[in-house]
Design a protein around this ligand. Structure first.
Ligand code: UDP
Length: 244
């Protein structure tokens, strides 16, 4: 059984990077349907207001802490958990697909970003089985799922932003068989080299959000007041627990 923690009522799986990767491999090899969520504080704040999204999170097979905010919230509760970054995890999944022949679908980002990423990956991994690529600006989910089905993909990476990608992946899970999907936010932009990755020092300190906000100041309204509020609620929750 996988260990699970709760942050403000939302589950987070507690596991090491390699365990998370093995979980995906085992699920794929067993032909199971799984949905992987890379969770951050913004998503938790969204889920509090959106019960349908909260349900999607609840029924996801793997919720990995892709954010320093989540790592910190767990630390307030005395739980030590490494941050599993979406960009790294996506790269590892692609390597896994290359090694074991999983059929990969890349859904999301702008057409030019999606094309560029597909090209970069084909060049880097000549034997990689990319069976389907599509940008993230489509309107008919059902048709897209049909196309994914026809492609035979069993590892589906979606980068449509949250919560859109999680709703899409949930639909995918309820329609197809033997498919693992993961929502990756802005990861395709980074992997395609269209958005610069935060320098190592920022990453080490867990301050990627700060770097991204400095680079794209319009993101400020997305993290403020969400992030401080999330941390405040997390501290309150931890204090309450410690009194009980
Ligand atoms: N996107 C998409 N379809 C949409 C809206 C967004 O494919 O309808 C893409 C967008 O091009 C970007 C990603 O989804 O690549 C969202 O990135 P963002 O940084 O907003 O997401 P976050 O990582 O904050 O969830």
């Amino acid at each position: 059984m996988m260990e699970i923690a709760s942050i403000q009522g939302f589950k987070i799986n507690l596991l090491k990077y390699t365990e998370a990767l093995n979980f995906v491999k085992t699920s794929l090899d067993n032909g199971e349907n799984i949905q992987i969520v890379t969770i951050n504080p913004e998503m938790i704040e969204t889920a509090k207001r959106n019960p349908d999204f909260a349900d999607v999170l609840k029924f996801s097979e793997l919720v990995i802490p892709d954010s320093f905010g989540i790592k910190l919230a767990l630390a307030f509760k005395g739980i030590k958990q490494e941050q599993i970054r979406g960009v790294d995890f996506a790269a590892s999944l692609i390597e896994l697909a290359d090694k074991y022949g999983y059929k990969l679908a890349l859904i999301g980002a702008k057409p030019e970003v999606n094309n560029k990423l597909t090209e970069i990956l084909k060049e880097k991994y000549p034997a990689l089985n990319i069976v389907f690529s599509h940008d993230g600006y489509f309107s008919d989910d059902t048709q897209m799922i049909e196309e994914i089905k026809n492609s035979g993909a069993n590892l589906v990476l979606t980068a449509l932003g949250a919560p859109k990608q999680e709703f899409f992946n949930a639909k995918l899970k309820s329609t197809l068989q033997g498919v693992a999907s993961i929502g990756l936010g802005g990861t395709f932009d980074v992997m395609a080299g269209c958005v610069a990755e935060a320098p190592e020092i920022y990453r080490k300190l867990g301050l990627e959000w700060l770097y991204r906000t400095v680079k794209q100041p319009e993101r400020f309204k997305r993290i403020f007041p969400t992030l401080p509020l999330f941390l405040f609620h997390s501290i309150m929750e931890a204090l309450k627990k410690s009194k009980e």
